[in-house]
Design a protein around this ligand. Structure first.
Ligand code: COA
Length: 286
């Protein structure tokens, strides 16, 4: 799909880069010539993905940090500097991908459960964006931020049973659009991707925790399939690349039409059989 040097010379920090969609993006960006700095809480997946990237012939390093803590984010940029031998590791692209989420009835949640999700998703994304944005502005160098949100992040939509995540992701989208304007004069672009259902271990074990629920979700989907991680990774590669240099403050939905399926008044007619249609048309002619 792309020239193999699309991201040559670029250094990309991905939070939650050891697993799931973060890992898929990391591997794809490496194929396209980028160096990767992977951040997350669990060391084992970070080490494994770093090894896999190096095996492809690209440069990669990892650092374990909890991005809810701003001091930890500052420390991870010091670590990037040591790893790559340049101020803040020469990082020019940030992908805010780390997330926390669980399905729950909201009345059963503790305040700390809300804090846990909002801390990772909203505060974490803000901490990383602030720490790098300050450095890019001080160094007078351009930067790119890609925020992985979700289709229910749109404040006009939201979603029941994932209220902390809906609040946090709506905040990340607001940050994307706000800073896209405020920091455009510093040549910093911010965009977002809103993925629909992508079957990753982290998300599906929490959000679609049984085969029956998975089947129900697939049947409900207009394309009758889930997304493939490489489909999202290719969109991400485009958005962080120079080819998308005039795309700023945008949120691109990648969900196979799932989101708008719920919006159209008559979309549930896709369930009707030919016999149902014949009966309806016959009734209309009367
Ligand atoms: N339902 C309700 N409450 C829950 C919960 C669930 N499934 N899982 C955790 N909580 C609550 C805990 O009870 C705790 O509240 P309390 O202190 O009042 O009891 C609070 O959330 C924090 O839990 P803890 O396990 O200490 O937090 P953590 O920081 O270690 O983990 C999570 C954060 C909860 C978001 C955890 O699921 C996580 O780390 N997820 C990362 C990966 C992920 O979610 N990926 C999905 C992306 S779609």
């Amino acid at each position: 799909m792309f020239q193999t040097d699309l991201l040559k010379g670029r250094t990309i920090l991905i939070t939650g880069g050891g697993t799931g969609l973060g890992r898929a993006m990391a591997l794809r960006f490496a194929e396209l010539g980028a160096s990767l700095f992977l951040v997350g809480r669990r060391e084992d997946p970070l080490k494994q993905t770093t090894r896999d990237i190096i095996a492809k012939g690209a440069r990669a390093a990892w650092f374990s940090a909890d991005i809810r803590d701003f001091a930890a984010v500052e420390k991870l940029l010091d670590a990037a500097e040591k790893e790559f031998g340049r101020p803040f590791g020469g990082i020019d692209t940030l992908v805010n991908n780390a997330a926390g989420n669980f399905i729950a009835r909201t009345e059963k949640l503790s305040p700390n459960a809300f804090n846990a999700v909002v801390g990772i998703v909203l505060h974490g994304a803000f901490h990383c964006t602030l720490a790098l944005g300050r450095r890019w502005i001080a160094a007078k160098q351009p930067g790119t931020v890609l925020n992985i949100v979700t289709t229910y992040a749109d404040a006009n939509c939201g979603s029941g049973f994932v209220v902390p995540s809906a609040c946090a992701k709506a905040g990340v989208l607001a940050m994307t659009r706000s800073l896209a304007v405020e920091w455009a004069r510093h040549h910093i672009r911010l965009n977002a991707i809103a993925p629909g259902p992508f079957p990753t271990e982290g998300a599906f074990s929490r959000l679609v925790p049984s085969k029956e629920l998975e089947e129900r979700a697939r049947n409900h989907h207009p394309m009758k399939r889930f997304g493939r991680p490489e489909e999202l990774a290719n969109l991400a590669a485009y958005l962080v690349s120079e080819q998308a240099g005039y795309v700023n403050g945008e949120c691109v939905v990648i969900d196979g039409g799932e989101w708008i399926n719920g919006a159209g008044e008559f979309n549930h007619f896709t369930d009707m059989s030919d016999a149902d249609w014949d009966a309806m048309e016959a009734a209309r002619k009367k």
